[in-house]
Design a binder for this molecule. Sequence first.
Ligand SMILES: [Cu+2]
Length: 160
Amino acid sequence: MKPPFPLAALTLTLAACGQPGQKAETSKVATVAVTDAWCRPTPNGAQAGACYATFLASTDDRLTGGSSPAADQVQTHEMSMADGVMHMGELKDGLPLPAGKAVTLAPGGAHLMLTGLAQPLVAGQTTPLTLRFASAPSVTVQAQIRMPSTGGAGMAHGGH
Ligand SMILES: [Cu+2]
């Protein structure tokens, strides 16, 4: 039985689509820009805190975790709803960062979880945060410790 469409012709058609110079992924260096890093203040005695940031990857990448001198561990967590209860857990494979698309972590969604805090996160201060990626080199930022922007969940703060 012969296939209705010769395979060789299909291959040629596909090859013709691949213009030289369109292999962007081979020439791009994997980097991730990290902006607007901030952490929620923790009350005295709290051992864990959550931090957020905006990530822009040059190539498809994943946020796999991080480290901070302020905490024993920095993990990438996600929130999920199950049976009407919010759960949070580590993203074992990291958080996907599609090339050229800004990914913003925000309260209620994925976040960086700092556990084993040496001292509370105090509003007005900053804390160093080193972020690890699957492909791009690690990035260290100074995260601002502040309260979440008011205005309701999902509302854009805007006004830059
Ligand atoms: Cu968490």
